[in-house]
Write a protein that binds this ligand. Sequence first.
Ligand code: ZN
Ligand code: ZN
Length: 399
Amino acid sequence: MIIFDKLFKPRKLPTWWCHFTDSHPVIPNLVAVTGMILICYSLAIIISTSAKHGNGQVVETFGAVSKSKPLIEKAITLRSAYHHFFPVEVRNVVSDLFGNLALYLVVPFLLFLEFLFPSNPSQPLIGRGFLQDVIWYFIDLPLALLFLFPVIGFLRNLFTQHLGFLILDSSLAWPVYLQILAAMMLAEFFTWFNHFVRHKVRTLWFFHAVHHSQKEINIFTDDRAHIVDLIIGQLLAFIPFFIFHVSNIYAVSIIALYKPLHNRFIHANLKINLGWLGWIFTSPQFHRVHHSSDPAHADKNFGVYFSIYDHLFKTAFPSRDVYPETGIDDSRFPTEDKVRISQLPRNWLLQVVYPFVQVSEKLQGSRLFIKLRERFRLRSDRNDSSQTNIAQHKEPLRL
Ligand SMILES: [Zn+2]
Ligand SMILES: [Zn+2]
């Protein structure tokens, strides 16, 4: 019962604890950074072992770690049966849904951080907003994965055929970590620009607004992304990995494994700004300002992994100690606080439909649409009058 209250109900932190963490911000920063480094390190081992032993096959990784022959043989038999019954698309989805070790480590760790250092303590650890975003996660992830694997192969072919001159051949001689770092820095610039455009172009904003609509920003809010917004947002992210010769296994692993790790961290309800590291990396404070419902914070802090481009292009909000409320200024958006928990799946559907309704309303108000409608009306009026004439002409004949 106590655990239920701690997880699902708003909490009140002891005053002494709030004073202590506020006067020693280095403590939450240190706990968060240490935990994230340990998780990243364990992920790096998994990724490099998978890269050596074929396209992320769990059994090969298991075989590399375990020395027991009978165990490995059993695992191979099980894998053959599994491969026999399920096609590769299904296996990819299943392995990334349930075999994503980062998720198992990250979620408990971030909930633990939220328990100790919340930005808004009155927000339950598992509230209505959290549950709505979990629904987004379970529906969006299979769609994203089905899109991710075929598209990365398709884009690499397209890129090699038409933009091959951009590939930096000298990067082949670089160590893997340097290739990855260079690719991530360039990818971040593309992501910054892409994010900026999705805020400024009204039609694209309607799809991105779904992500911004969360009032209880939480560790699953990154998954609250419309599939159209997701596709547009991911298109440029792969190109730098091709330019710097980063192999598919590393590119997919970074995007599919590191992305949920970092993005869950920056969306967490945490009073953490990462201290001086916040000048390089994005933090929960930095991204909370990006989600702010206060117009003073509009169109600020576009960075996803790094904050350097926002500092460079003057789009960073100057204060690093503000923790504003979040959400969008549109009362017509179907927020989850208006419905019962049992209605959340239906509400998800309304949230998916929301941008299409906005775009169609915008189209109906556009000059082109009004012109087309007038032309269509004129034609139909003409048709009507000619029909009437025919009818009038025919009627006497019938009489
Ligand atoms: Zn945004
Ligand atoms: Zn966000």
